[in-house]
Structures are given as structure tokens and as C-alpha cells.
Design a protein around this ligand. Structure first.
Ligand SMILES: *Cc1c(COP(=O)(O)O)cnc(C)c1O
Length: 413
């Protein structure tokens, strides 16, 4: 068989080897859910901690190995309420990785607290536990490790440092549905785990989110925080006790329609991410063995299975290290890999939407060199739905990466 990867790049007039390759549809609607949504609509029970929300919250918490689930309107307010439940407020500091969606840091700002950015590991692209301790001050109250794309932060090391300094650990699992660390569900290691069910996530409902916890005390605080102060299980208008003094409660409620979509999707999640993991492993092997200069983001020491919100590749080895990222992406796109996008989030403090005055946040003294270099200039990702594609598509993606890597010299010229 001829080896297509040795051929001239399509970018330079060669034959494109993956023309017409498309990402599978996302999200995937279910007929049964459409009927169910109509039934809920006709029932008139649309919100207010209805039976579907109650059932789903419990099922999801159990699925992630936690005792309680507190359903909310999105995965940004879940982070905010998680911090609030832990007592974080004005003047406190919250440590977050510099490489994440801006919501992780915004959560601290909403409470008048100061986000402190710490660098990530070059392998997992998640919070570097070795750089955590140096960023802790007497104002630090919490740390939010993020399970990024398809990598997991070293939870053991982070929990150990956090325990030593009496910090709350809140896991941001917006990319972590169904993932496990050391055989135990994401979000069940820290005191609270926060998930988003926004449309792009691996368990989607358009919008909504959930906090999980095994602490009865945190569960009650979280419920009051999102339900304008009502105690868990209290019907609307039937409050018999109020929230603790000073706990500023909101209406952050999700609704029955979202919970129904999620309840129908949850039984499919295990198989979905099993397929993602199998295909990610295939691509990883292919890249490792045949694509010099390219590496795949590490899953993390004790991670498995992973949720794989994205499949992330780093182009920082020879002979690709000197080829500009945009050039690599251009070459991959010319071969037919239309859905690859350069860069991940980059440092939060340089994001286009980040408009926070410098005095309201802090970058750890050591700086965030890995995010500034690898995370910005050497990283490319594609969305998780691609990992659900058929064998032929996965093979074709591998072909493109291999072909581009083997033509590094031509790309440099
Ligand atoms: C999506 C996301 C969030 C926020 O979730 P929303 O439901 O979109 O508000 C938080 N953290 C990370 C890492 C995310 O990717």
C-alpha cells in the first residue's frame, strides 16, 4: 500500500487525503425526550424543584459517586455558589489555573474575592500542584482545580497541599462528566464538584449545571443559595426556616425541561465516553508512533475513563517546534481536517472577554509560563463529538496529523 503521509501536502498542491471530513452532529436529540418534554409542558409542573429535577439530581450525584446533587441554571453560578457555600467572600483569594474558561475565575470575582492564577503542567495542561503552595497566602480560602479538555489535575497532590493550608477544594468538572480519578467520580474528591450542562458539554441540556457534594451541611447551604433561601425539599411558599444570617441567596434554579433532557441522556453517557476514550487512545498511539514533534495532552496519573470534552494536541517537539502553529493548522485544514482549532483558552487574564482591572486579580509570582507558551502557541484541539466518529474518520484524522508532522521541513521553508 502506498504511504499517503509521505506525499506532498495539499497546502502545496498535493492531494488532500481527508476531503469532506465532518464532525458528527452535536448535541444529539432523542425522539423519546421530545415526547417527554411535551408531557411536562402540558403537566404545568415546569420548575420549583419538581419530581424530574429531584430524580435527576440524585441519579447524577450517584453516577459521580457523591451523596447530593443540587441542580442550577448553569455551570458558572454552580462555581459561584460552591465558593459561597464554603464561606468565600470579599477580601479572600481563590486559586485557579490560568488555563481554563473565564467562568472559573469570574466565580471568585462575583463574590468580591480575588482570583489568583497559577500555571499548569505541560503534560496534563491542568493546575500544577508543584506551583500551588507558593501561591498560597494568609488570604487564600479555596482552590479550583479544573479537569481540562481530556486531562485531569493531580488531585492527590492538590488535596494534600489544600489540607495542609485548610483550603476548600472545589473541582470544576465542566469537562469532566463521567470521568474518574483513582476509580472515583470527578467532583467527588473535593468538598464540592461543579458541572455544566451547557450545549457543548459531554452531557448537554442547552443550559443548566449541578453541584455535587457528600457533605450534608454543604448540600443544605447550596440548596438555599440557589433557591432564594428555602431549605431543601421545601415547597414554594412553605418556608419554615430561613437561611443562616449573611448567606446571600439567589434564584439560580434550573427547570424540569432541562432535567428531563439530562435524565434521558445520562444512561448514554457511560458508553459515549467509553467510545471517546477508545478513539482518543487510538489517536494517541498513532501520534506517538508516527507523528514526530506532536504529543497528545496527558490524561493524568490516575485518570480513567476521561470525559474528553476536547481532544488536545501539542506541537512542541522536533521537527515541528519551530513551525508556527497557524501554519500547521493551515496545512491540516488543507488536507480536510476542517474542525481543528488552534489554541485552547490561553491564559484567562489575556482572554478577549476578560475586562477585569489588574488590581482585582493576581498572577502567581512564578508566572504562568506554560500557559503563555504551550497553552497559547503550540496547542490545537477539536471537540468531543469527533471522538464519537466512525473508525474510518478516526483513521483519516490520524493520517492528516501524521502527514503534516512528516512534512515539517516543507512547512518551515
Ligand atoms: C463551560 C464551562 C464553565 C461554565 O459553564 P456554563 O454552564 O457555560 O456557565 C465553567 N468552567 C469550565 C471549565 C467550562 O468549560
Amino acid at each position: 500500500m502506498p504511504n499517503p503521509s509521505a506525499d506532498k501536502l495539499a497546502l502545496f498542491g498535493g492531494t488532500a487525503i481527508a476531503e469532506g471530513l465532518t464532525a458528527p452532529r452535536w448535541p444529539v436529540p432523542l425522539e423519546g425526550t421530545a415526547k417527554r418534554l411535551a408531557e411536562i409542558y402540558m403537566s404545568g409542573q415546569w420548575s420549583f424543584y419538581g419530581s424530574v429535577e429531584q430524580a435527576f439530581s440524585q441519579e447524577f450525584a450517584q453516577f459521580q459517586d457523591a451523596k447530593h446533587g443540587i441542580f442550577m441554571v448553569n455551570g458558572t453560578v454552580t462555581l459561584e455558589t460552591a465558593l459561597a457555600a464554603c464561606g468565600v467572600g470579599a477580601g479572600d483569594e481563590v486559586i485557579v489555573p490560568a488555563n481554563t474558561w473565564i467562568a472559573t475565575a469570574m466565580a471568585a470575582l462575583y463574590l468580591g474575592a480575588t482570583p489568583v492564577f497559577v500555571d499548569v503542567e505541560p503534560t496534563t495542561l491542568c493546575l500544577d500542584p508543584a506551583k500551588l503552595e507558593a501561591a498560597i497566602t494568609d488570604k487564600t480560602r479555596a482552590v479550583i482545580p479544573v479537569h481540562l479538555f481530556g486531562g485531569m489535575p493531580d488531585l492527590e497532590a492538590i488535596m494534600k497541599t489544600a489540607a495542609k493550608h485548610d483550603l476548600a477544594v472545589i473541582e470544576d468538572c465542566a469537562h469532566g462528566h463521567g470521568g474518574k480519578w483513582a476509580g472515583k467520580g470527578t467532583g467527588s474528591h473535593g468538598i464540592i464538584g461543579s458541572f455544566s450542562f451547557q450545549q457543548s458539554k459531554t452531557l448537554p441540556a442547552g443550559e443548566s449545571g449541578i453541584c455535587i457534594t457528600s457533605s450534608d451541611e454543604m448540600s443544605e447551604r447550596l440548596f438555599r443559595l440557589k433557591h432564594i433561601g428555602y431549605a431543601p425539599g421545601t415547597a414554594q411558599g412553605m418556608a419554615t426556616s430561613g437561611p443562616p444570617e449573611g448567606l446571600l441567596c439567589h434564584n439560580y434554579r434550573g427547570n424540569e425541561f432541562q432535567a428531563a433532557i439530562l435524565q434521558d441522556q445520562l444512561p448514554l453517557l457511560g458508553e459515549r465516553i467509553a467510545r471517546y476514550n477508545a478513539n482518543a487512545a487510538k489517536l494517541e498511539k498513532r501520534v506517538r508512533e508516527e507523528a514526530p514533534g506532536v504529543r497528545v495532552q496527558s490524561r493524568g496519573r490516575l485518570a480513567g475513563p476521561q470525559s474528553y470534552y476536547c481532544f488536545a494536541m501539542v506541537f512542541d517537539g522536533e521537527p515541528l517546534a519551530d513551525v508556527p502553529l497557524d501554519r500547521i493548522i493551515e496545512a491540516a485544514k488543507a488536507e480536510g481536517l476542517s474542525f481543528i482549532s488552534p489554541r485552547g483558552y490561553g491564559p484567562v487574564y489575556k482572554h478577549t472577554l476578560w475586562n477585569v482591572p489588574p488590581k482585582q486579580y493576581r498572577i502567581a509570582k512564578e508566572g504562568c509560563q506554560v500557559v503563555e507558551t504551550i497553552g497559547t502557541e503550540r496547542l490545537a484541539i477539536f471537540g468531543h463529538s469527533v471522538l464519537g466518529a466512525d473508525d474510518e474518520t478516526i483513521e483519516a484524522i490520524g493520517d492528516v496529523i501524521v502527514k503534516v508532522a512528516r512534512n515539517a521541513e516543507a512547512l518551515k521553508a
